[in-house]
Design a protein around this ligand. Structure first.
Ligand code: SF4
Length: 361
């Protein structure tokens, strides 16, 4: 049928691709060749695949498509080389990614959804709600497109941009599998971090998947009451349940959890809260990453003074906790996560809203 949706070749893990090509009568080595072109050479078109026969390309193009995303906006920090990308998906939905340079290599923070329905009060990404999930190919393409644009390698990936990765769980698992496949991008599992706002059942499932990646928990508060004020997800899962899920992840995977803690002046930065956070981190074997909150006009939250941030860190260290303060990168380019996108017109919104609503209920 003319309007039948084509399957996206770029979202197929190698085994699935092999299966489909085998069914179509192609020898096994063709799947590996194709996968290599898509995820190791990272070409954008069948035409660029020089060792694939023309007849096979023709047949493939009738049944399959290859996701391509486009760079709409790119801001480059003159201070530290951080680059912020605004990408358009094939249906014009917009997502942000941030490319950062560290002493250990280049890292990218990618988005897992278009918008987010989690409603964290300090976050600009949720202001327009959830539009839709990203496919595995759309998550991979953020990395590939940033590499094309910058001409640089990327050795570390953080799924901490717009969206709650565990709200797009199945696609996340496929993405992680493909990202770390030695036949493709071949990224070390140890260099991948997935950040969740704390969907406990998914944290338990994820531990069983044995992906070997680092799990980060957006904790941001030390009591249920305070957490509920800033993160609606806390209405569903208590801190106690979260800590059990963190301990479980550590026990099953052997990987240390990271607590992400956005410091908000007057909300979660007191001495008492530092002591409580220290106790939680010790119990969960967690490293703590302090993030002076990005001011978001709509929420009125502001960062504590620099010396208050240092005092909070020192207090945690007295509890024997390993603490880092997130380096402020790209200070001279657009600020908080989600704001670049928020400023642009969401042209995909109407196309996808009906679909999202039916998915949610
Ligand atoms: S912090 Fe993450 S989970 Fe919370 S609203 Fe923002 S994108 Fe969603």
């Amino acid at each position: 049928m003319e309007n039948e949706k084509k399957t996206d070749l770029k979202s197929l893990p190698l085994e699935e691709l092999s299966e489909k090509l085998k069914e179509a009568g192609y020898p096994a080595f063709r799947a590996k060749q194709l996968y290599h072109w898509l995820h190791a050479a990272r070409v954008r078109d069948l035409d660029e695949m020089t060792n694939i026969p023309a007849a096979m390309k023709k047949e493939l193009s009738e049944k399959y498509e290859i996701t391509r995303i486009h760079t709409i906006d790119r801001q480059i920090s003159q201070l530290d080389g951080t680059q912020k990308f605004l990408f358009a998906m094939p249906d014009d939905c917009l997502v942000e990614s941030v490319f950062m340079k560290y002493s250990y290599g280049n890292s990218i923070c990618i988005s897992s959804q278009v918008g987010c329905r989690m409603g964290c009060r300090f976050c600009a990404s949720t202001l327009d709600g959830l539009i839709r999930n990203l496919t595995p190919a759309e998550m991979l393409e953020q990395i590939y497109e940033a590499m094309r644009q910058t001409g640089e390698k990327i050795s570390h990936v953080v799924v901490m941009g717009t969206g709650e990765p565990f709200d797009n769980y199945d696609n996340l698992l496929v993405f992680l599998k493909m990202l770390t496949d030695e036949n493709g991008m071949n990224l070390s599992r140890r260099n991948v971090t997935v950040s969740t706002c704390g969907i406990v059942p998914r944290m338990l499932d994820f531990a069983k998947e044995n992906t070997g990646v680092t799990l980060a928990l957006s904790l941001h508060a030390t009591t249920d009451a305070r957490r509920r004020e800033i993160m609606p997800v806390a209405d569903r899962y208590s801190i106690r349940e979260l800590m059990d899920a963190c301990e479980n992840y550590f026990r099953v995977s052997g990987r240390r959890i990271t607590f992400e803690y956005s410091l908000i002046a007057g909300v979660n930065d007191s001495e008492e809260q530092a002591a409580q956070l220290g106790a939680l981190a010790r119990k969960a074997h967690a490293h703590v990453n302090l993030i002076p909150v990005n001011p978001v006009k709509e929420t009125g939250y502001r960062q504590p003074e620099r010396n208050a941030v240092i005092a909070f860190k020192n207090k945690l260290e007295k509890h024997g906790i390993n603490v880092s303060i997130r380096r402020v990168l790209g200070r001279d380019i657009d600020g908080a996560c989600g704001q670049l996108r928020h400023r642009h017109l969401l042209s995909c919104r109407q196309n996808n809203q009906a679909e999202t609503t039916s998915e949610q209920r």
